[in-house]
Design a protein around this ligand. Structure first.
Ligand SMILES: NC(=O)c1ccc[n+]([C@@H]2O[C@H](COP(=O)([O-])OP(=O)(O)OC[C@H]3O[C@@H](n4cnc5c(N)ncnc54)[C@H](OP(=O)(O)O)[C@@H]3O)[C@@H](O)[C@H]2O)c1
Length: 228
């Protein structure tokens, strides 16, 4: 059965992806900042391994890759942050340190992961990388403004994803840039439209169908292709 590495796997979308892949019989290497406190993750049944990983720490991606001695069919860079409260995302209120930290976690983190894991993904049967982006990172789709911390971090992630799709194509690695929808998690809030189960079902269907020919697109969990 296939093997996946999922970051931010202790809660929200990452936890739901870990649960569903385990139910499907996959081996899940789950990465989170604090494994000792990852009770919901640790309670899942199946072929589960848990690692400490902080997306803001430059060497953690390499350390994680060294810890996993196996081909990786799907590298899922899911961990992410809003980076600031809503009011601090508004014009006139942006703190530089928060802006840099969001970029570090949401964009640089996934790039470091892709660099660290490319050989293991290339050595696998499925050869796929998923990036958990957001529609908020779409420049074409931005009609409401603001979001000066979160939006650029996901736009940068989208640019990275597109380059990864081009650069890793010769190695047979397909890359999906994903929007999960507006989902009921700590980040999405209780009023969000989708349950985590609905969102991950849609995302996993997209990843199941992902091929080297469709690599490099930006997908809503509904299957719709989103504009950059
Ligand atoms: N929910 C939505 O509506 C929505 C919409 C668009 C995109 N997304 C994206 O989906 C992804 C998951 O979001 P979610 O809704 O599941 O949010 P969430 O419930 O807030 O979970 C965020 C996850 O990311 C982890 N994380 C945060 N900073 C980290 C770091 N420095 N290193 C490692 N892990 C870190 C968190 O770990 P800790 O528990 O240690 O903080 C947690 O596991 C994010 O990339 C987010 O931008 C979500």
């Amino acid at each position: 059965m296939p093997v996946t590495v999922i970051t931010g796997a202790n809660r929200g979308l990452g936890l739901a992806h870990a649960k569903r892949y385990l139910e499907r019989g996959w081996t899940v290497h789950a990465a989170c900042r604090n494994p000792d406190a990852a009770d919901a993750l640790g309670a899942l049944n199946g072929k589960l391994h848990i690692y400490r990983y902080d997306a803001a720490s430059p060497d953690d991606a390499n350390q994680l890759a060294r810890s996993i001695d196996a081909p990786v069919d799907l590298l899922f860079a899911n961990a992410g942050v809003m980076g600031a409260e809503r009011g601090e995302q508004a014009f006139g209120h942006v703190a530089p340190d928060a802006w840099i930290e969001a970029l570090r976690i949401n964009a640089l983190g996934p790039l470091m992961l892709a660099q660290a894991f490319a050989d293991k993904v290339a050595a696998s049967a499925h050869k796929k990388i998923a990036l958990q982006s957001s529609r908020m990172g779409s420049i074409a789709d931005n009609s409401s403004g603001s979001g000066y911390v979160y939006r650029p971090s996901k736009a940068a992630l989208n640019a990275i994803g597109k380059s990864l799709a081009v650069d890793l194509k010769p190695r047979g690695i397909a890359v999906a840039i994903l929007h999960p929808g507006w989902v009921q998690t700590d980040m999405g809030g209780d009023n969000a439209l989708l349950s985590v189960e609905e969102s991950v079902a849609g995302q996993q269907a997209i990843l199941d169908d992902l091929t080297i020919e469709t690599s490099g697109s930006f997908w809503h969990q509904s299957g719709e292709i989103l504009p950059w």
